[in-house]
Design a binder for this molecule. Structure first.
Ligand code: ADP
Length: 242
């Protein structure tokens, strides 16, 4: 396991005087699989937006010891930080393999066909295997099932050697079997990476989270294992509605 992972200190984001993220502290280490949960409007997406440079924030966000705040989005992405959104963004007309090639940077230029004769580059082969998409590599991405598209999008981050993955509701709209496969995929990729998952699906969280942070009104209300946050009376009151 390498690197220190993600450390967020006193993070604040305001929109026209409204504080959406209100002094958040967070530490997620490589090998963790952290779920971010909380009611709608709690600030989960804004927190991830701040980490990835999409919104302005104050405080500190460090990844493997390097400060991210103040850097532009593309520089943050180049530091090994990748994100998925609820709707997968893949090139529908291109095959699975071509999508991975392009994401890895190997698919550009006239030498692509030449290189192809030498076989699939190792990072792409590894991503095909990790995501379970090897048998679908020549299928146009547009013909994939919903779950498979999400896995392809994760694969497109893996080929870029992303070491921090921030995933926004990866199992939304998935079947039971797709959820189980996604959970297993997240466990595999988080073994040596830092993975943060925004999630609404409590069953999915219970099955796969290694740790949980509960956000409420822009603050971390509770943090710990699934059992610990579930036993937290404050969480039960504001979130689980008991
Ligand atoms: P969550 O992801 O937990 O549902 P969000 O981070 O999307 O919550 O939103 C947190 C709060 O910030 C909400 O009250 C939302 O309306 C507000 N918010 C988010 N983005 C903006 C924006 N661009 N401008 C103004 N308010 C925003």
């Amino acid at each position: 396991m390498s690197g220190e992972g993600l450390t967020v200190r006193d993070l604040r984001v305001t929109f026209d005087g409204f504080t959406a993220v209100d002094g958040v502290d967070l530490a997620v280490h490589p090998g963790d699989l952290r779920f971010l949960i909380g009611p709608n409007g709690a600030g989960k997406t804004t927190l991830v937006d701040a980490v990835t440079g999409l919104v302005k924030a104050t405080g500190s966000v460090r990844f493997d010891g390097q400060e991210l705040l103040g850097r532009p989005v593309h520089k943050i992405a180049r530091m090994g930080i990748g994100r998925t959104f609820q709707t997968a963004t893949v090139f529908e007309e291109l095959t699975v393999l071509q999508n991975l090639d392009i994401a890895s940077g190997a698919g550009r230029g006239p030498w692509t066909m030449l290189r192809r004769r030498k076989g699939i580059p190792e990072p792409v082969a590894k991503a095909l295997e990790t995501t379970g998409l090897a048998h679908l590599r020549d299928r146009p991405a547009g013909t994939l099932a919903h779950g498979q598209k999400q896995w392809l999008e994760i694969g497109m981050l893996l080929v870029q050697d992303v070491r921090l993955l921030l995933l926004d509701e990866p199992v939304a709209g998935m079947s039971h079997d797709e959820r189980e496969a996604t959970g297993a995929l997240l466990q595999r990729i988080s073994a040596d990476r830092t993975v943060v998952v925004i999630e609404h699906d409590m069953d999915f969280m219970r099955s796969f989270a290694r740790s949980v942070s509960v956000l409420h009104a822009g603050k971390v209300l509770s943090e710990g294992t699934v059992a610990e946050v579930q036993a937290d009376t404050e969480v039960q009151e504001v979130y689980l509605g008991r």
